[in-house]
Every structure is written in structure tokens, then in C-alpha cells.
Design a protein around this ligand. Structure first.
Ligand code: MEV
Length: 320
């Protein structure tokens, strides 16, 4: 029976979030947490809630992605095709869940209608989807979801985006990352817009911060390349300082990060941040991860680990 499953990974920003919207470079790493989209013919006897016909009548992101795909390829997916999403990516907290959804759904639909496997084309359409959802995305999130690994990305112009898959990994002997989910109340689009207002009001001081972030992003690439962990951690800390200056880190997240620093650790927001509640997932590093687990528990924040450098967009099963 015809069946397609395509998956895409989540991501972490090591440095360059927000600045990337203004043409600065960003370093992203894919993680082992993934999202899976499956398409299969509906069994007439056992109708589910996931029929494409029903999904298209909804207002959520998935519906917009399906309609964008149909418009782009002047096609109509049968209403009775079943679309199921399985994901272990925490939603809306900076790990790229929406980009993974766009990339995996477009990948799965393109296989369903028999198009050639073309990650470049899938990534471009996912960027269009991300524009609908987040208004002014850089395109970094969909690009890491497509290509995975450790990625250097820069958007020069809407039609001119450059990226390098760095031919090295975060060294194995670097301390592992602990991820702490502080939650978030604002959407990525809202946070990007808040920074946009600041840029309009005080262009030179905010653009100075963006330039400082660019320096840090380059240092981080260099220190990973040189396998220099102390300098790498110093640059992560520096990046966090600039994100705080940008005003996208909430009071509780700043308190948590200061506490981690006070016991000799380093932590940074990854992704768009968050102002009113938490600031999404933070990357935390300490020689003794138990210390980080204890601090997270004291705040009632879940903590977890992931493997870094995961594979990008992947065809899990294609039976046509
Ligand atoms: C969001 O994951 C990262 C931001 O830099 C926005 C973007 O790159 O589109 C805040």
C-alpha cells in the first residue's frame, strides 16, 4: 500500500540568533530529536481525524504548509490521504519544531506526488512556509532542518542565502550539553518583531550588538574547529550577554543562568528567547551535569540531553 514517511531534525543555535535576521552569520547544530510525517491512503472502514481534506479546513500551520505545497505544484492531494505527525521535539521553545514540520511535510508531499528527491527545492518552499508563520524568518531554521549537521548560515538577501556544512563536529571530549526547558509565552515571530522595533528605534546601538554577536559567532566556529573548550565556553557566555542586551531574555531565565554561572557552569538561550515567562530551551554546560539537573529541578524546569549533529531531512519509508 502506498505510504511515505519523511523526518527532519530539531536544532540548537550556538550563536547568531536574531543577528541572522539582519544579515549576520549563525551557527546551528541539528539534534537527535526528530519530527516524522507519514502519508498513507485512508482505510475507508477506519476513518481518522488526520485526513488531508479535514486538515486543509483548519487554520493551523500544517494546513498552511499543505495549501502552499498544492499551490506551488498546481496539484491537489486526495482529501482522503491520511497525514500523521509524530514528534519528540518540544514545541515552540527554540528547537525548530515549526521548521522541522515544514521541511518534513513538504518532503513527504513531494515524494507522495512522485517528484524527484530535491532537498534544495524542499528547503526553498519550507522557507516560504516559514514566512507565512513567522513573517520575517532568516531561513536558518529550515536550512538546518534540511541539511542537519553543524551549519554556518547567512542570509544576504531574500533570494541569496549562503551556507556551509562545517566539515567538523563539536569534539567528543567537550562537556555535553544539558538542555533546560524554561517554557515560553511569545512566538518566534513576535520576538523577532520586538527586536525589529528596537532596531527601528535605536538602529546604531542595536546593530552594534549584532556586530558583537557576529564576532562571537566566528569565534565559536574557530574554537570548535580548534577543539578549544575553555574558549568555546567563554564565547557561549559572551553570546548570552549580547542576547540579554538585546532584551529577549526573561527575568527568571537570567536568574537561572546566573545561578548556573555561580557554580562554575555556562548557559545560553538558544533561538528566539522569551521575555514574559521563560525563554525557551537553554543550553547549559557543566563538568558535573548533576549540578545542572539539581538547579533545573529547583525551578521545576525539565532538563534533558540530546545527541548533536543529527542527520538532516531523511526518507524513512517510501512505498509508491
Ligand atoms: C529562531 O529560531 C531564530 C531567530 O534568529 C529567527 C530566525 O532566524 O528566523 C530568532
Amino acid at each position: 500500500m502506498k505510504k511515505v514517511t519523511v523526518s527532519a531534525p530539531s536544532k540548537l543555535h550556538l550563536s547568531g540568533e536574531h543577528a541572522v535576521v539582519y544579515g549576520k552569520p549563525v551557527i546551528l547544530v541539528a539534534t537527535s530529536k526528530r519530527l516524522y510525517v507519514t502519508l498513507e491512503k485512508q482505510n475507508a472502514k477506519c476513518k481518522t481525524q488526520n485526513e488531508i481534506g479535514k486538515i486543509k479546513n483548519e487554520l493551523h500551520y500544517l494546513a498552511k504548509i499543505v495549501k502552499l505545497f498544492e499551490k506551488k505544484y498546481e496539484t491537489a492531494i486526495d482529501n482522503n490521504v491520511n497525514l500523521t505527525v509524530h514528534s519528540d521535539i518540544p514545541i515552540g521553545v527554540g528547537m525548530g519544531s515549526s521548521a522541522a514540520l515544514a521541511v518534513a511535510t513538504i518532503g513527504a508531499l513531494s515524494q507522495w506526488i512522485g517528484r524527484e528527491w530535491n532537498p534544495l527545492e524542499i528547503n526553498e518552499l519550507a522557507f516560504e512556509a516559514e514566512k507565512i508563520q513567522h513573517h520575517n524568518p532568516s531561513g536558518g531554521d529550515n536550512t538546518i532542518a534540511t541539511y542537519g549537521g553543524l551549519l554556518w548560515y547567512r542570509k544576504e538577501l531574500d533570494f541569496l542565502k549562503t551556507f556551509w556544512l562545517l566539515p567538523f563536529k563539536i569534539p567528543r571530549d567537550f562537556s555535553s550539553f544539558m538542555l533546560i526547558n524554561t517554557g515560553r509565552l511569545e512566538s518566534t515571530g513576535e520576538l523577532v518583531q520586538i527586536v525589529g522595533e528596537k532596531v527601528k528605534k535605536s538602529t546604531s546601538s542595536i546593530m552594534r550588538i549584532m556586530s558583537d554577536i557576529e564576532v562571537t559567532t566566528k569565534q565559536i566556529a574557530q574554537y570548535i574547529h580548534d577543539e578549544n573548550e575553555p574558549e568555546f565556553l567563554g564565547a557561549l557566555k559572551e553570546n548570552q550577554k549580547y542576547l540579554e542586551e538585546l532584551g529577549i531574555v526573561s527575568t527568571v531565565t537570567r536568574k537561572l543562568i546566573r545561578e548556573i554561572e555561580s557554580v562554575g557552569g555556562v548557559a545560553k538561550v538558544t533561538g528566539a528567547g522569551g521575555i514574559k515567562g521563560g525563554s525557551g530551551v537553554i543550553i547549559a554546560v557543566h563538568k558535573n551535569p548533576n549540578k545542572l539537573i539539581q538547579i533545573a529541578q529547583a525551578y521545576n524546569f525539565p532538563s534533558f540531553q540530546v545527541q548533536l549533529g543529527g542527520e538532516g531531512l531523511r526518507r524513512e519509508q517510501v512505498v509508491i
